[in-house]
Design a protein around this ligand. Sequence first.
Ligand code: CA2
Length: 139
Amino acid sequence: MMRILILNGPNLNLLGKREPEIYGSETFEQFFETLKDKYSDITLEYFQSNSEGILVDKIHEVGFTYDGIVMNAGAYTHTSVAIADAISGVTTPVVEVHISNTHKRETFRHKSFLSPVCKGVILGFGLKSYELGVESFIK
Ligand code: CA2
């Protein structure tokens, strides 16, 4: 069975609880249940951390055995050479996703350290960005 990890970075544990005008009103846990129902023929896992090093460790942990990682690194997208290096260092392909269209927002969100080392990038479709990310791994 195909194994895919959805990996969320800092503050994404607040989804559905704060700033619904930007990030929607559904919690990630609620959304993840519907995603697992839709993709019942795939082993889908979910992990979230607010810490850069823990995200790096998780990429190393799954990055040689899983079929794909769908990653929203949150604000670390725009700052983290360490996460970019971790993605480069593993064999599992990573698809970068974002809930919001970061190019419509502040200029500091336009730069991604991760895009050049990811298989692809999906942004601006709300939580559906994650679904499209999972879909991108299905042959
Ligand atoms: O649009 C995205 O998915 C982002 O990765 C979200 C990050 C932001 O720093 C990126 O520029 C774009 C922020 C995640 C914070 O999520 C919250 C959710 C609810 C309430 C507060 C923050």
